[in-house]
Each structure stands twice: as C-alpha cells, then as structure tokens.
Ligand binder design. Structure first.
Ligand code: SF4
Length: 132
C-alpha cells in the first residue's frame, strides 16, 4: 500500500540522514563530467576515485564510506558537491523516495504521520531504481 504524505509539511532538518543511508547514488548522463569539473578533476580521475558500477551494470554510482554514508557528505551535514549534486539527491523526497529512506529521514517520518491533502499531493514517480 502506498503511503500518502503531505509534502507541503515536509521541512528538511539538514540532518544528513538521507546521505547516510547505504545505497546507490546513480549518476545521470553528464553528471560525472559536471562533478569532475567542479572538483577540478578530469572525468577519468573522478570516475576512478569516486564512482562504482551498480550491480546491474547499468549506471555509475557515487562510492560510499564504510559506514554507508556518501563519500561527499561533509562535517556539518553539508554536501561537498552541493552546486552540482546528482539529480537523485535533488529529487528526494519530492520526485522519489523509498521505504528505507522514509524510515531514515526524521522529517519524512513527521510528514508521514501528519495530515495529508490529496489535492496538493504531487504525483509520485516510481522509486528510483538505482537507490537500494
Ligand atoms: S552527493 Fe551530496 S546530497 Fe547526494 S548523497 Fe552525497 S552528500 Fe548527499
């Protein structure tokens, strides 16, 4: 059963929880180049250092630290590549979300437990296939 969430009541707490959930952060075409340029790396060096191939071999994903957090999550819960962060990151939770992230994100849990209004509820895209 789909959970209905009033995303009007969603307020990001900037806790970084969504960046700590282990899983793929898949890159769309052009994103590796943009992030590499932002970091001052050539695309090959960026790909070697910061990406891995997803299990289905259909995409490149950002790597993660041993505890599952994104390799670009910094102290203070800021994103090192904020101006060029992947569409997957920008789309959460408005364009996609998963049960795992619903559980991990306190703001989303609050929105789930709050009231919802179907007239303002944006259509939910299918779960991002690249995020486990
Ligand atoms: S790229 Fe930035 S926003 Fe995306 S998961 Fe990593 S730290 Fe979070």
């Amino acid at each position: 059963m789909k959970t209905l969430i009033d995303l009007n009541s969603f307020t990001c707490l900037r806790c970084g929880a969504c960046c700590r959930v282990p899983g793929y952060v898949a890159l769309e075409p052009g994103e590796a180049e943009a992030i590499a340029a932002f970091l001052g790396l050539d695309t090959y060096a960026f790909t070697e250092k910061y990406t891995r191939v997803t299990l289905d071999r259909k995409a490149l994903s950002l790597t993660e630290e041993h505890d599952g957090r994104c390799v670009f999550l910094q102290a203070g819960n800021t994103c090192r590549i904020q101006p060029v962060k992947p569409a997957q990151c920008r789309g959460f939770p408005f364009l996609w979300r998963s049960k795992k992230l619903e559980r991990g994100c306190p703001a989303l849990r609050a929105a789930v437990s709050g009231a919802f209004n179907l007239t303002t509820y944006p259509p939910l895209q299918p779960k991002c296939p690249m995020r486990r």
